[in-house]
Design a protein around this ligand. Sequence first.
Ligand code: SF4
Length: 73
Amino acid sequence: MHKVIQYRSKCIGCGICYELQPELWRMSKKDGKATLIKAVGKKQVFILSIPDSEVPKSQEIAAACPVRIIKII
Ligand code: SF4
């Protein structure tokens, strides 16, 4: 198991994560930022467990985020 971490407060709402991986991301109508679906969050840091098979795709998203606020651990 790995984890996707999103430091949401610094999200600029570019929508790239959502475009590349709509099964994990959606864009909030409230504040225009990306929301990591089903993630658990505290103080704008959201964490979601993902299976190993989803790691390469998630790493691609992390690298594509222009403000680099998505981390895979
Ligand atoms: S790619 Fe990064 S900055 Fe762009 S919407 Fe997703 S989390 Fe926010």
